[in-house]
Ligand binder design. Structure first.
Ligand SMILES: Cc1cc2nc3c(=O)[nH]c(=O)nc-3n(C[C@H](O)[C@H](O)[C@H](O)COP(=O)(O)OP(=O)(O)OC[C@H]3O[C@@H](n4cnc5c(N)ncnc54)[C@H](O)[C@@H]3O)c2cc1C
Length: 416
């Protein structure tokens, strides 16, 4: 079958790879000049099933309301009249019960763990070089109180079979000596010894080369303007370079996926949630961390990526705007100077903003909706790098008419 994948982020390219493995003819259409230029460019790099907690939880509405009058909240709303935002937010608030948070977290965890196993198969097959670190991730807490709450929270993840260690400060320092000078600032933490990290932009570039070796064709600088529908089928896509046709289409256009489906009558429950990303170079005189970590009190992640270190933080609802100001990086710079001041050259850091394709539940959208030959693999939110490898296999299985390896409850257009 000839298949067009729309979007060459980590999700679209891994999906293209799995479709090629199944013997399909695959073309990938991407409006940027290269792969992984949007969310897949500057994420935190964590491959962390243990961090599958649903964002919609009982305490989040309060935090969001506070963000109207305080600028120091990790979740922030910039008020807007956009009806899509309010429609999405109402659905998000409906997920903010303890029961829904649990269901959504466990579904995300199942997909993330499956995806991690698929990643290892891909690594064996393609041998990509992507600043991969397989030695675990440290989730550290600043106070006894937040540590206690964090450990209680992790019980759900542990009960579902994910292994981790609760660690005191001495053990954290042993795992990563970068914490020695600031041990008095850390109350303890959780060590996810099976977690990993890596550079998703590098990985996607490597996998794109493997796709090309299997015969895939990439159309860069090619914007998909609209889907051409006829009855129950998509007949083609209208692009800046003319009409393109295939037997089937997989939509992996990140936060922009709903823009393509809305005109043909399909509402995808995806809205952009902006995050800030800072990448600083590590020089010969720096003392970088050995592993990636999450500051659970300041809601910030950092990741060692080759000779750089990447920090990300903040979840801001401000539409599709990709702008950023120096003040948006205040939390990141504060933590960097406070916890790992000698890790990198923060004066020469590269700053970016990028958009997470979030669904209210935090689970992606697979399957079809309305059209026989239009498949979704989109909406992976804050965990698309972790979930991409499993998601790719699931999408390819659905296209082939096979039952995916894991249940997809709550991961189709019929959200339940
Ligand atoms: C600050 C931040 C930190 C994150 N940290 C992590 C992390 O540590 N771990 C983790 O697992 N995940 C993380 N994520 C989430 C992860 O980065 C995303 O879920 C993932 O990159 C989404 O991939 P994607 O391919 O769906 O979207 P994208 O990477 O956004 O790719 C979509 C592509 O579609 C293209 N496109 C869109 N519309 C069209 C069109 N009409 N025509 C042609 N092309 C089009 C775009 O140009 C883009 O290249 C983070 C995200 C952010 C923002």
């Amino acid at each position: 079958m000839k298949i067009i994948v729309i979007g060459a982020g980590v999700v679209g390219v891994t999906c293209a790879y799995e479709l090629l493995r199944d013997g399909h003819e695959v073309e990938i259409v991407e409006r940027e000049p290269a792969v992984a230029q949007a969310a897949s460019y500057a994420n935190a790099g964590l491959i962390a099933p243990s961090h599958s907690f649903a964002w919609a939880s009982p305490k989040v509405p309060g935090i969001l309301l506070k963000s109207f009058y305080r600028n120091d909240q990790a979740f922030r709303i910039r008020p807007t009249l956009d009806p899509d935002f309010w429609r999405w937010t109402l659905k998000f608030f409906r997920q903010c019960t303890a029961g829904r948070a649990r269901t959504n977290t466990l579904r995300k965890l199942r997909l993330a763990a499956y995806s991690q196993a698929r990643l290892h198969l891909l690594i064996d097959e393609v041998k990509p070089v992507f600043d991969h670190i397989r030695d675990g991730i440290i989730f550290y807490y600043r106070s006894e109180q937040s540590l206690k709450a964090g450990i209680a929270n992790m019980r759900m993840i542990g009960d579902a079979g994910r292994e981790f260690d609760v660690v005191d400060t001495a053990r954290i320092v042993e795992i990563d000596p970068v914490f020695e000078p600031v041990r008095d600032k850390i109350a303890g933490g959780i060590f996810g010894h099976d977690e990993e990290s890596g550079n998703s932009n590098l990985f996607t570039r490597e996998l794109a080369r493997a796709c090309e070796a299997k015969g895939a064709v990439f159309h860069f600088n090619t914007n998909v303007e609209r889907l051409i529908a006829s009855g129950k089928k998509i007949e083609g896509i209208a692009t800046g370079a003319g009409t393109m046709n295939a037997d089937a289409y997989v939509l992996s256009a990140g936060v922009w996926s709903p823009h393509l489906t809305k005109p043909v009558g399909v509402r995808l429950p995806i809205y952009p949630v902006k995050g800030y990303s800072m990448t600083a170079p590590i020089g010969p005189d720096h003392a970088p961390p050995r592993l990636s970590a999450v500051d659970e009190d300041r809601l910030l992640a950092y990741c060692r990526m080759g000779d750089t270190i990447r920090f990300t933080s903040t979840a801001q609802f401000s539409g599709y705007d990709l702008g950023h100001r120096p003040s948006d990086f205040a939390n990141i710079l504060n933590v960097a100077h406070e916890i790992i001041p000698r890790a990198a050259d923060y004066e020469r850091a590269d700053m970016r903003a990028c958009l997470r394709p979030m669904t209210p539940e935090g689970t992606p959208v697979f399957g079809r909706g309305g059209f026989e030959n239009l498949y979704f693999n989109t909406g992976h939110g804050h965990m698309g790098w972790t979930m991409a490898f499993g998601a790719a296999r699931i999408a390819a299985d659905i296209v082939a008419g096979r039952t995916p390896d894991i249940p997809l409850d709550g991961m189709t257009l019929a959200r339940n």
